[in-house]
Design a binder for this molecule. Sequence first.
Ligand code: AKG
Ligand code: FE2
Length: 137
Amino acid sequence: MRLNVYHFNEESIGLEAAELHTDSGLLTVLLEGEIGGLEILDQTGKFVAVHPQPGTFLVFMGDVGKHRVVCTQAAPRVSIAFGVLSQRDGMVEPQAPLVDEQHPRLYRSFLYDDYRKLGDTTNLQDGNALSLLRADE
Ligand SMILES: O=C(O)CCC(=O)C(=O)O
Ligand SMILES: [Fe+2]
């Protein structure tokens, strides 16, 4: 679990407080306070602001959800991230009932630890190593 505290003030408005990244782990459950600033990179390369919804959690799926935090107002901001990790030798792959002709596999199966090493050895952190494991390549 990670507690993020951002000391936003007038000078930090418009600045990046957490650079673009993906979270290491299989998924992250994020609880945000009332101050916005989280942005998700969409498939067209555009940042989309996430407006905090009280009483809800946001879930990032491993290396799929690239995100960053930008200071949008001069107020202290807090978020709490719960990360779900895998065992190092855990196999990452979809459950068989989720795959069919309409929903083909996008990625090959891989060991969690091999994937972490792939990111390091190729210097493709932040979700970019995933492209090396596409099922159609
Ligand atoms: O503060 C946020 O809304 C996001 C925090 C975050 O990206 C993280 O803890 O990995
Ligand atoms: Fe994150």
